[in-house]
Design a protein around this ligand. Structure first.
Ligand code: N01
Length: 538
């Protein structure tokens, strides 16, 4: 869709879960004139780009979807507990069609810059086709994990084989049959991809920088009786996940791991392990993220599972995480991940024991002075999380200040939804909001609803400009850091802590509120009820 129109009430950047819902809400609820820009060829965002083998969602599908379309909640049938990427993309295409969203989306178009016009209280946006439009409100729906992190290994340009990053995988797929494949990384993406690639490849070499704590996904068909019961109680499900800590039906046990006997702990850990998914991570003992001792119990349990699964004890030892607390990096869900290292065609190269990657060569990868031949290299090296995609928009706020300048020491936002100095800008699941610590659609819907209410309130009050105050922002940043500072999360070199990108200032990116996304929702609603406390309305 293109058109000559140049001035909009709102521009939304991105057509994934966030952008689709934002468009629906502003256009069909408020009647605004909205345009969405999307760099991809169709809707989907994350689910458009991440097409690597094994890509599937890690949250249970019955809650990894839009909850505002009640009929669709009843009608849509997910094929399994954690559907694969093509199925989620089909779902988003269906939503776009059902609500006639594509007519307001311009695809294959990247926003390359935007500046705020103080005199008119409007944003002027520039796109990759060399065109410009203006909008009163600018809403970023660019995703939290969308700016690709491709480490700058020396020699990549000399590599004679093919290489791919998981987040920009070819839409035609990649045939690994008979190939020597190297996978770099062992995060949640690699943990999904490695078992799949190992089934095809002649030889798979996995380059691990930091071993991860993986727990079983236990994917499969969902019992039809359970599906029926959930559909019958969707209002209840939705209420519970909206009010919950993590946007999921997982709740910490109201007990300290230290108060339980060894037998009780073993029993509970077995139960969580057997139920699969995020239960082990998010429904564990309540002090698991606070007490190193409590955390060690859970960590030791997983280490025992790794030793029991991986047949070669030397490989098992290298797969065992060291030096950081369990759960402080994003929990990967595994389907035969550890078992894959028992296959004769799979080798592990561990930075700590075998040597770190030194260079890509013509024929493969050199690590610890040794060359490992490869025909295909898969970079599963993640993202410049949460701030990367926002900075790449080249937004200029008041006085021409850029996000790069504002965030030179780490992100600063008010509620993760707004940045002082950037009027009429809303950042869906922006840094310092619960976002990636929750089931994403829950966090997205909360932001979309709040932004829609806010714009409606501005209209009703006859205001045309809103901006977070510096004071409110500083208090929020201090609060975000104070809350997470009480947990073990700050000790890990995770992407949550910005530690995966060389030179990125060390800062915790999301918001781990004392009451999670449910408490954060209440906080945002209180702020709105107090006439948008902490914001200046003009
Ligand atoms: O990325 P990651 P990901 N040299 O950053 C390694 C979401 N997700 O794409 O741990 C060598 O977690 C890096 O090593 P280290 C989910 O939120 C969702 O796997 O930094 N290695 C790590 O092993 C997830 O957390 C789903 O030491 C290098 C790996 O590459 C997020 O996406 C599914 C390196 C990167 O792991 C990102 O996951 C999958 C270097 N220079 C993912 N640089 C769903 O459920 C990095 N590494 C929808």
């Amino acid at each position: 869709m293109t058109g000559a129109k140049q001035d909009f009430d709102a521009v939304v950047i991105g057509a994934g879960f966030s952008g689709l819902h934002m468009l629906k809400s502003l256009r069909d609820r408020l009647g605004l004139d909205v345009r969405v820009y999307e760099a991809g060829g169709t809707v989907g965002g994350t689910w458009y780009w991440n097409r690597y083998p094994g890509a599937r969602c890690d949250s249970d599908a019955y809650i990894y979807c839009f909850t505002w379309d009640k009929q669709l909640l009843q009608d849509w049938e997910w094929s399994e507990r954690y559907p694969e990427q093509p199925e989620i993309l089909r779902y988003l295409e269906h939503v776009a069609k059902r609500h006639d969203l594509k007519r307001d989306i311009q695809f294959n178009t990247r926003i390359t810059g935007a500046e705020f016009d103080e005199a008119n209280n409007r944003w002027t946006l520039h796109d990759s086709n060399g065109e410009s439009v203006t909008a009163q409100y600018l809403i970023t729906a660019v995703g939290t994990l969308s700016a690709t992190n491709l480490p700058q290994f020396a020699g990549l340009e000399t590599f004679k084989g093919k290489w791919y990053h998981t987040s920009q995988f070819p839409h035609t797929g990649v045939d690994f049959t008979g190939k020597r494949v190297a996978v770099i990384g062992t995060g949640a993406t690699a943990v999904q991809a490695i078992p799949e690639i190992a089934q095809q490849a002649k030889q798979l070499t996995v380059f691990q920088r930091t071993a991860n704590y993986c727990v079983p996904a236990r994917n499969g068909k969902v019992d039809p009786e359970l599906v029926k019961a959930r559909k019958a109680d969707y209002d209840g499900v939705v209420k519970r996940i909206r009010e919950s800590f993590f946007g999921q039906e997982h709740y910490f046990m109201p007990k300290s791991a230290l108060e339980a006997t060894a037998e009780e702990r073993e029993h509970e850990f077995d139960r969580m392990w057997d139920s699969g998914g995020f239960a082990f991570w998010l429904a564990n003992y309540q002090d698991m993220f606070f007490s190193q001792q409590a955390n060690d119990f859970a960590a030791d349990y997983i280490k025992g599972k790794i030793r029991a699964t991986v047949k070669d004890p030397a490989v098992a030892e290298r797969l065992i995480p060291k030096g950081y607390a369990y759960g402080t990096k994003r929990q990967p869900l595994d389907t035969n991940y550890y078992e894959t290292f028992n296959k004769p065609n799979v080798a592990l190269v561990d930075a700590a024991t075998d040597g770190a990657i030194e260079a890509v060569t013509e024929r493969g990868i050199r690590a610890g002075g040794k060359e490992y031949p490869a025909d295909i290299i898969v970079f599963a090296t993640g993202f410049d999380a949460m701030t990367g995609a926002l900075k790449a928009l080249n937004l200029k706020g008041r006085d021409g200040r850029t996000l790069d300048q504002e965030w030179a020491d780490g992100p600063r936002s008010y509620l993760g939804i707004s940045v002082a100095g950037f009027p009429n800008l809303f950042t869906i699941t922006g840094p310092q909001s619960p976002s990636v610590l929750t089931n994403m659609p829950v966090a997205i819907e909360q932001h979309v609803e709040w932004i829609t209410d806010c714009i409606e309130a501005l209209k009703q009050k006859g205001r045309n400009r809103i901006e977070a105050t510096k004071d409110a922002q500083e208090q929020w940043v201090a609060h975000v850091n104070e809350v997470v500072g009480q947990t073990l999360m700050v000790s890990a070199n995770s992407w949550y802590m910005s530690a995966n990108i060389p030179g990125k200032p060390r800062a915790f990116l999301p918001y781990l509120g004392p009451e999670g996304v449910g408490g954060y929702r209440r906080k945002c609603d209180e702020i709105a009820a107090k006439g948008y406390e902490g914001f200046a309305l003009t």
